[in-house]
Design a binder for this molecule. Structure first.
Ligand code: F6P
Length: 365
């Protein structure tokens, strides 16, 4: 034990909210180690994001160091999460929407929490902040999202692992593409930002990288494939971000039997267009949730651990309504309002775009 502050024992809550990703458990481990071992506090792990605070009795697990010891390499989140059910417009079983924010706030106070660490993307952090303002919750935010679209932080937890997985997929597709003289299209996640596609595309040697931020033409993609063939390269690797639109600007989505839509299908759309235009055999791989699963990369584990410790230190200093950030190899913090106000897309004039252009990769026009 290295307890340095026994004076003001605190009971803090921690929850994960929104889509899961690799590295969440590493944050939980860091928070518990620092809060319990360094400060001698109690940590309650709230189940299923805000649903755990909405439930009666509130659903939580008291977290001890022994329980989190083995979490460093575990994927997912031991606390569970949800990316559905905005508490301010909560979908009820009769189909109506109900404001259940007060139940969550009451859950926080019922547990006697002094502070809450919320790990989420911009949507979750906006909801948590609204709850905090309304109900006197001492909130500290930690950014996570494979999409890496939160403006004030260079790293959100989960992004680096997703890029590693997408890069490895390209590495594997490379050989089968060359063996069969095919065009291989890899469709990756990222929602409206092309960060995963451009990072993995450059790292994995893609010949075409398509991101939502830059328009493209099918003709130019086909020109790139042909140009490579003329140079004796019998294959072409294309990585496309899920939110890339059709050539006439339509979103490509999948709608399930419940009528719920999500991005998906741009890879198949492009494959059809390529076959139609130049008749080159084309195959599509949709990476999907594999990008969010499994052991976190060393960088994600490092950032997760640094963020967890920094969040606990903010609470020790009674600094709330802030989100930890990674900027220039340092962990800092900014007001949560600033974090959620600054959406980060790929900068069409940024370093990665220039790098891709310099490598002769077709990135759009
Ligand atoms: O925001 C993370 C993310 O993985 C996006 O990249 C993707 O569009 C979406 O979540 C998928 O959501 P779901 O897990 O609900 O299918």
């Amino acid at each position: 034990m290295s307890i340095k502050n026994m004076g003001e024992p605190k009971r803090i809550g921690i929850l994960t909210s929104g889509g899961d990703c690799s590295g969440l458990n590493a944050v939980i481990r860091a928070v518990v180690n620092c809060a319990v071992d360094t400060y001698g506090w109690e940590v309650l792990g709230i189940r299923q994001a805000t649903l755990g605070l909405m439930a009666r009795p509130p659903q939580f697990t008291k977290l001890e160091i022994d329980q989190v010891d083995s979490l460093l390499t575990a994927g997912g989140t031991m606390l569970g999460t949800t990316n559905k059910g905005d508490p301010f417009a909560f979908p009820m079983t009769d189909g109506s929407l109900c404001d259940r924010s007060e139940e969550i706030i009451a859950g926080y106070h019922e547990l006697g929490l002094d502070a809450l660490i919320g790990i989420g993307g911009d949507g979750s952090l906006a909801i948590l902040r609204r709850l905090a303002q309304q109900g006197g919750i001492n909130l500290v935010g930690i950014p996570k999202t494979i999409d890496n679209d939160i403006g004030v932080t260079e790293h959100a937890i989960g992004f680096d692992t997703a890029v590693n997985i997408a890069t490895e997929a390209l590495d594997r597709l490379h050989f089968t593409a060359a063996s069969h003289s095919r065009v291989m299209i890899l469709e990756v996640m990222g929602r409206d930002a092309g960060h995963i596609a451009i990072a993995a595309g450059i790292a994995g040697g893609a010949n075409v990288i398509l991101i939502p931020e830059i328009p493209y033409t099918v003709e130019h993609i086909c020109h790139k494939i042909k140009e490579r063939q003329e140079k004796g390269k019998n294959y072409c690797l294309i990585i496309v971000s899920e939110a890339v639109r059709t050539h006439d600007g339509e979103n490509v989505t999948i709608t399930n039997r419940l009528g719920q839509s999500r991005y998906g299908g741009i890879g198949e759309y492009l494959a059809d267009k390529i076959i139609e235009h130049i008749g080159v055999e084309t195959r599509v791989t949709v990476l999907g949730h594999i990008q969010r699963g499994g052991t976190a990369s060393p960088l994600d584990r490092l950032v997760a651990t640094a963020f967890g410790v920094a969040a606990v230190n903010l609470i020790a200093e009674d600094k709330y309504d802030r989100m930890v950030t990674w900027q220039n190899r340092q962990v800092l913090s900014v007001p949560i309002t600033e974090a959620i106000a600054q959406y980060s897309a790929v900068d069409p004039n940024g370093t990665l775009v220039k790098t891709a252009h310099g490598m002769g990769i077709y990135l759009g026009d």
